[in-house]
Write a protein that binds this ligand. Structure first.
Ligand SMILES: NC(=O)NC(NC(N)=O)C(=O)[O-]
Length: 324
């Protein structure tokens, strides 16, 4: 099985996802389903309505039926796999769950969504265990904007992860100056030298990094080399401005960075010599947003960031336009 969990989580709250509706959330709020980070648990933390859980938890059902929650993906795209994580739900996990998906234009109200007839099943009703992350591969190649988690009959789910490939609406990219590296525009980090502390895809996530874990941080390098990553851009285009943000890297920012580009339509990524410079090796300040005007008008499909010798980066933005 390919490791779909390495693909971005299209539902993540910090990527703009929202749990827009649930039929019940008596014990624990539905919003927890798409919270970043692993679920936590503290035993014997009882509120007026029961034990507190970091997840979505419905009441014990006394009538027929099942419970459900609808998630609007922050990043619409092709779903490659789903994780249903029942972490810490041991005596109250749902014994079965399924997932449906649909694609809608615009932003319909939750009520309209729930009534749509074109939900398609992407994970069939499957048995769940307590306190376990369940991985389900998804084969449907279509682009989806929403998913619905169904639990049978009731219970608690800590996290719902919806991993896939981002497919933005090209209307909002064509002919405009946009961040060609941004995850939300379809950019993706496809290779990197080191991801010891945090994922390289963090550098192209929406918004600012609030601390160093929300950026890309590498281990201390001891071999005389340097760390790097390669971003596949939203599409072929030209980059006019590069933004390198060392935010929150105070004592571990790289000393220098450089950028290079390649047009994969003309040369293979492995051909070292086919990469051409966009930004020469340039000194960086810690905890600082740097902006550089690039003077190359060459078309590229991929950009490579080199940091010297190590450290990582908070954010990388490559502002430019898609080739016609
Ligand atoms: N949040 C809860 O208290 N849930 C339940 N109970 C305990 N102790 O976790 C349950 O399902 O009845």
């Amino acid at each position: 099985m390919t490791d779909f969990t390495r693909l971005p989580d299209l539902a993540l709250r910090t990527y703009g996802g929202a749990v827009v509706a649930a039929n019940d959330e008596s014990f624990a709020e539905r919003e927890a389903l798409i919270r970043p980070g692993p679920p936590s648990f503290q035993p014997h933390t009882f509120g007026a309505k029961g034990q507190l859980y970091d997840g979505w938890e419905t009441r014990r059902r006394r009538e027929p039926g099942h419970d459900w929650a609808i998630v609007r993906l922050g990043l619409p795209g092709v779903i490659r796999g789903i994780v249903i994580d029942t972490a810490w739900f041991k005596g109250n996990f749902p014994p079965h769950a399924s997932v449906e998906a649909c694609a809608v234009d615009g932003l319909p109200a939750p009520g309209e969504l729930a009534e749509r007839a074109d939900w398609v099943e992407i994970v069939p009703a499957s048995a769940l265990k307590g306190d376990t992350a369940h991985l389900f591969e998804v084969a449907d190649p279509r682009r989806f904007t929403h998913v619905r988690l169904n639990i049978f009959p009731d219970g608690g789910v800590a996290r719902l992860r919806v991993h896939g490939e981002v497919m933005p609406d090209p209307t909002f990219l064509r002919g405009l100056t946009v961040d060609l590296a941004a995850l939300e525009n379809g950019g993706l980090v496809i290779a990197c030298s080191d991801e010891f502390y945090s994922s390289p895809n963090n550098v192209i996530a929406p918004g600012l990094s609030r601390n160093q874990s929300e950026g890309w941080e590498t281990a201390r390098r001891r071999d005389g080399g340097n760390d790097w990553l390669v971003v596949a851009l939203a599409g072929a285009g030209t980059v006019a401005v590069a933004e390198l943000d060392t935010a929150n890297l105070v004592f571990n920012a790289p000393g220098w960075a450089s950028l290079s580009g390649i047009d994969a339509g003309e040369a293979a990524l492995e051909e070292e010599k086919a990469w051409f410079p966009l930004l020469p090796r340039t000194p960086l300040q810690p905890d600082t947003r740097h902006r550089f005007r690039l003077d190359s008008d060459r078309r590229i499909t991929h950009a490579r960031l080199d940091v010297y010798p190590d450290g990582g980066l908070g954010r990388l933005r490559l502002l430019g336009s898609l080739a016609p």
